[in-house]
Design a protein around this ligand. Structure first.
Ligand code: SAM
Length: 309
């Protein structure tokens, strides 16, 4: 059974943000709230959320944050979720803990990782994250591929004047390490720091896409992944994620989210239609009642960009 929303979009993936804590401090980060560690969802609570999601047809789980690998119980969380029988269990991470944890995460049942890495330049890395962890992140990517988390996806937020001229170097790094490159448009959400960075750094990827289309051996459109385009170039892969002003992104969005505070979030770009899940769960609601909360959140889903209604 798969549930569809009021716009005929099937809900097949759930992104669970399991912490707000992070060991880096990216200047553009769209933090999902501020939550002290003591209020984070426990592994058993995350397991139950995933079970309810599975019962309404969700097939893919992605753990995110904050930095999910900052949690000491990350292996327990992955192991509990992977015992449910999802088609895909993945983590989005900054990669700095992967050398330490990749093998054990594979043993716990993890299928894939996306590693966020915007630059190969140590100075620019420090400017973006305020930390000197570039080598750790690169080693993490290499180690993850060796551990079997294949293919590693490298998420690069492309920023004008900061790293846009590094795209081809990053592609080469990915090719050398059996990774796929995912180029992400810099996004302005309600949660983003209001420091005017979007005007300074937003990079339009239209020209790049045209160039990729001309040079690619093959182009694939990933319909259930927000209609993203994947370009096959020189034996490597580059995918483009463009949520801003993109009606196709909305039209083909099959994802629901849960915030670190345990609230269902129907849309990446909105915060005014969340549904509290963890509170009723902690108050002892049954799985049937919890399912209804998922359905309520799905019912709240509307394409953010109006034209696709
Ligand atoms: N700590 C993990 C990591 O670094 O991947 C997971 C959390 S991080 C918020 C998830 C992804 O969101 C990263 O790839 C990050 O680059 C991206 N991200 C955060 N803020 C963004 C923004 N304003 N625009 C585009 N992508 C953003």
């Amino acid at each position: 059974m798969t549930v569809t929303d009021n716009y005929q979009r099937p809900i097949i993936s759930l992104r669970i943000s399991i912490t707000n804590r992070c060991n880096v401090n990216c200047f553009y980060c769209h933090h999902d709230g501020i939550l002290p560690q003591k209020y984070e969802m426990t592994p058993d609570e995350i397991h139950r959320i995933a079970q309810v999601a599975h019962s309404i047809g969700v097939r893919k789980i992605r753990l995110s944050g904050g930095e999910p690998l900052i949690r000491d119980d990350i292996k327990e969380i992955v192991s509990k979720i992977s015992s449910i029988g999802f088609k895909d269990v993945s983590i989005t991470t900054n990669g700095t803990y992967l050398t330490r944890y990749a093998d054990e995460l594979v043993e716990s049942g993890l299928n894939r990782v996306n590693v966020s890495l915007d630059t190969l330049n140590p100075e620019i890395y420090r400017f973006i994250t305020k930390k000197n962890y570039l080598q750790k992140a690169k080693d993490g990517i290499i180690h993850a591929a060796k551990a079997g988390l294949y293919p590693v996806k490298v998420n690069m937020v492309v920023m004008k004047g900061l790293n846009h001229d590094e795209i081809w170097d990053m592609f080469k790094f990915c090719q050398e390490n059996d990774a796929v490159l995912q180029l992400i448009e810099l996004l302005k959400t309600d949660n983003c720091p209001d420091n005017g960075f979007i005007d300074d750094y937003h990079y339009k990827m239209d020209d790049l896409e045209e160039k990729l289309a001309n040079m690619a051996d093959k182009v694939k459109t990933r319909r259930f992944m927000q209609d993203r385009k994947k370009y096959f170039v020189d034996g490597g892969e580059i995918e483009i994620v463009k949520p801003m002003d993109n009606t196709q992104f909305c039209k083909n969005c099959t994802r629901i989210r849960i915030t670190p505070e345990g609230k269902l979030k129907p849309c990446l770009l909105r915060n005014d239609n969340l549904v509290n899940f963890i509170k009723p769960m902690r108050e002892g609601k049954s799985n049937e009642e919890l399912k209804k909360l998922f359905l309520e959140a799905i019912n709240n889903r509307e394409p953010f960009y109006e034209q696709c209604r």
